[in-house]
Write a protein that binds this ligand. Structure first.
Ligand code: GTP
Length: 424
């Protein structure tokens, strides 16, 4: 049997995702109608013989309880949240909870970073790992980035024939390779011996010279992958599937588009049928991929799509036009307003004849494996990078204003138009 671990970090992580992570833990932010890590859970559930999913993080357990209970009920599989007593790093928590992971002697376990989104090829990874016999301690999923993008990721040099990783550098300062780490791994239980070596060395350093506040903190990328490279026990499985990180709110729009596209092949029921409004007023006009929660109300004269997700109990008025956007639960968009490349936060309201608009972040949305650039909110001149417009939760936008490339913090009542501003 197999297990999976999903790393979700904690409240101190995900700062680039603010203000959307101010009222909900980032891993639970809905993308294409599902909490971000529910997509991971669905990928894990589709692996035969995968018996348990452990979610590891340092969010207070109370913030995950309801979600975990809902997931157990929906997928009928063992899912637990294990809370780290502090941020233990991407391998520290795995080591701390090693007995829970080893329980039942799984043949291997997946590790998935909670802040990536993908068409996860977990079954292919398992086959790849098994084909290598007893050799691999770990198989990591890899993809191609551009030279410019690559330095923001873990970069891999591999033997082209055997796919053994010969060299690994995390976020190198100069170019190393365009093959990058996707933050998805399949590990043999023996990996714990390797992490134990790092752990023991840390303890030793601490007792020798008192150095090392956080002596339990272990980073998988720097402390484990880098030394494992070149030992013949670390392998890279390349994928051409869609993959990206979700670091910024802009990346959530990008992920939303791709997950909606994936629904076309395996969860058609989550998409609304495309086409013009129904004559009997039962359906609005739908362009491309659109997800509408069954409890949302959408006026039949509205036009949605492509790439739009509407959350539970949201209300979309007559003549509204929405594209490339996420409208969260309980939000309301009044008559004839326009929402483009934006995220409308929970319980926010947009008055009639207003325009909430961002700039597409992905320079080439039609390039099949283009990765979302997640870097800075500001460019080198200190100006806001062209980005989507984000309304935090419970924001009020008055009628007849324009909000362009702006970020609005929660509970703000706007009284006029804004352009390229962060409204605190
Ligand atoms: P940044 O660009 O700094 O965000 O680095 P990164 O892309 O390499 O991400 P990082 O290694 O910080 O995190 C990878 C994944 O692990 C994310 O899903 C994090 O939420 C998660 N993570 C990071 N630190 C911890 C930790 O201390 N404990 C747990 N359980 N998860 C963590």
């Amino acid at each position: 049997m197999l297990k999976a671990v999903i790393l979700i970090g904690g409240p101190l992580k995900g700062t680039r995702f603010r203000p959307l992570s101010l009222d909900i833990p980032k891993p639970l932010f809905p993308v294409a109608g599902l909490p971000m890590i529910q997509h991971h859970i669905e990928a894990c559930v589709s692996v035969p013989n995968l018996k348990e999913i452990l979610i590891l993080g340092y969010y207070p357990a109370s913030e995950l309880t309801q979600f975990v209970a809902a997931m157990v009920q929906e997928y009928k599989i063992n899912i637990r949240y294990l809370q780290e007593f502090m941020a233990l790093g991407t391998a520290g928590g795995i080591y701390h909870f090693r007995d829970q992971i080893r329980l039942g002697s799984p043949e291997a376990f997946f590790i998935l970073n909670g802040d990536v989104c993908a068409d996860f090829p977990l079954v292919e990874m398992l086959e790849f790992h098994q084909q290598k016999g007893n050799k691999p301690l770990m198989t990591m999923l890899t993809t191609e980035a551009t030279r410019q993008q690559s330095v923001h990721f873990g970069c891999i040099v591999q033997d082209r024939d055997t796919h053994e990783v010969t060299h690994y550098v995390e976020k190198p300062s100069t170019f190393v390779s365009t093959l990058i780490n996707c933050g998805v791994y399949l590990c043999s239980l023996e990996l714990f011996h390797t992490i134990a070596t790092v752990f023991n060395a840390r303890q030793q350093e601490y007792y020798n010279d008192g150095a090392g506040n956080g002596k339990e903190v272990i980073q998988l990328e720097r402390d484990v992958l880098m030394p494992l490279a070149g030992t013949g026990r670390l392998f890279a499985m390349p994928t051409n599937n869609w993959w990206s990180q979700i670091k910024t709110a802009g990346a959530a729009i990008y992920a939303n588009r791709h997950y909606l596209e994936l629904y076309r092949s395996h969860s058609k029921e989550r998409l609304v049928e495309r086409g013009p409004a129904a004559g009997d007023g039962s359906k609005c006009s739908i362009i491309g991929d659109v997800h509408i929660h069954p409890t949302a109300s959408v006026h039949h004269t509205a036009t949605l799509g492509p790439n739009v997700s509407i959350g539970s109990n949201a209300s979309i008025g007559p003549g509204v036009r929405i594209r490339e956007s996420i409208v969260l639960s309980g939000a309301s968009i009044a008559n004839h307003s326009l929402i483009l490349h934006s995220i409308v936060g929970r319980l926010s309201s947009v008055g009639q004849w207003s325009r909430v608009e961002g700039t597409p972040c992905d320079p080439n949305p039609n390039k099949p494996f283009a990765k979302m650039d997640n870097y800075s909110l500001f460019n080198s001149d200190g100006r806001l990078n062209p980005s989507i417009t984000i309304l935090g939760c419970s924001v009020t936008v008055p009628p007849e204003v324009i909000l362009l490339n702006s970020i609005v913090l929660p509970y703000k009542e706007l009284t006029r138009s804004f352009k390229n501003e962060i409204i605190l």
